[in-house]
Ligand binder design. Structure first.
Ligand SMILES: N[C@@H](CCC(=O)N[C@@H](CS)C(=O)NCC(=O)O)C(=O)O
Length: 251
């Protein structure tokens, strides 16, 4: 369905950073519209809103914000409950550190080294897989990140009691590993596997899964129409363009 709402998110359901913002909007019960453009397919108006040409962008009236953490902090400031951070100062600092780790390290390794080779290079740029980059990510870099998480993640429940942005930021990246058919070895990383399954099963993520699946099965040019037909809250306006362009920070 085509919809209008006070808040609009620009960016595809497939992006882990967009998913992080959508999960926060769902968790906080805030209505939104989405312009589900695949990164690299933003037009010149998009480039003015997001100088790095990256998604997500949040539009709230005259305000345009790029960067998922900045957006989530804004939503938290404007709509404080339910809170995205623990109350305790030390726990809050730990949560922020883990959220930053997820955005930077999991983003770099899971997305730019692994998902990029298998999905983006193939479906956006029509390029062959760089087997050396893929093998290093699969055999060295992803296992190192998983070892790190395995030591931090709880055996039960969530990281800091109630759901926090740290839980959301970690879990979102695993969805993309799944899209790239990475099999997480639950015997080697049992806490991580169970934690990710618990968080992704929460309603704020689960609601998005149907629309993500549509995107994974639909050619980029037809995704918007397919999402409208499936009832996704798609914005009336799009800042999409037909052909991809590399962003400022693209690898
Ligand atoms: N720090 C940014 C990272 C966003 C990001 O890397 N988005 C990717 C999509 S998953 C993107 O737009 N890539 C296109 C590009 O870099 O050209 C955030 O948290 O929003």
């Amino acid at each position: 369905m085509v919809t209008t709402a006070p808040l609009t998110v620009i960016g595809s359901y497939i992006s882990p950073y967009v998913r992080k913002v959508l999960a926060v909007l769902e968790y906080k019960g805030l209505p939104y519209a989405i312009d589900p453009i695949v990164p690299f397919f933003g037009d010149e108006r998009f480039a003015r809103l997001s100088p790095a040409r990256r998604v997500p962008v949040l539009l709230d009236g005259e305000l345009a914000l790029a960067d998922s953490t900045v957006i989530c902090e804004y939503l938290q400031d404007k709509h404080p409950t339910p809170a995205l951070w623990p109350d305790d100062t030390v726990a809050r600092a730990r949560a922020r550190a883990l959220e930053e780790y997820a955005d930077s390290v999991l983003g770099e390794v899971f997305i730019w080294r692994y998902f990029n080779q298998l999905v983006i290079n193939r479906f956006v740029w029509n390029q062959p897989v760089d087997e050396a980059v893929l093998a290093k990510a699969r055999d060295v870099e992803i296992p190192a990140a998983l070892d790190h998480l395995e030591a931090l993640l709880p055996a039960d429940g969530l990281l800091f009691g109630p759901l926090s942005l740290a839980d959301i930021a970690v879990a979102t990246f695993f969805r993309n590993l799944g899209f790239a058919r990475y099999q997480l070895d639950a015997t080697r990383w049992p806490r991580t596997a169970a934690f990710v399954a618990r968080v992704l099963a929460l309603p704020c993520f689960d609601t998005l899964a149907r629309f993500e699946q549509i995107c994974t099965r639909t050619p980029i040019a037809q995704q918007r129409a397919a999402l409208i037909a499936a009832g996704a809250p798609v914005s009336a306006q799009t800042l999409g363009r037909a052909d991809p362009v590399k962003g400022v920070l693209s690898k």
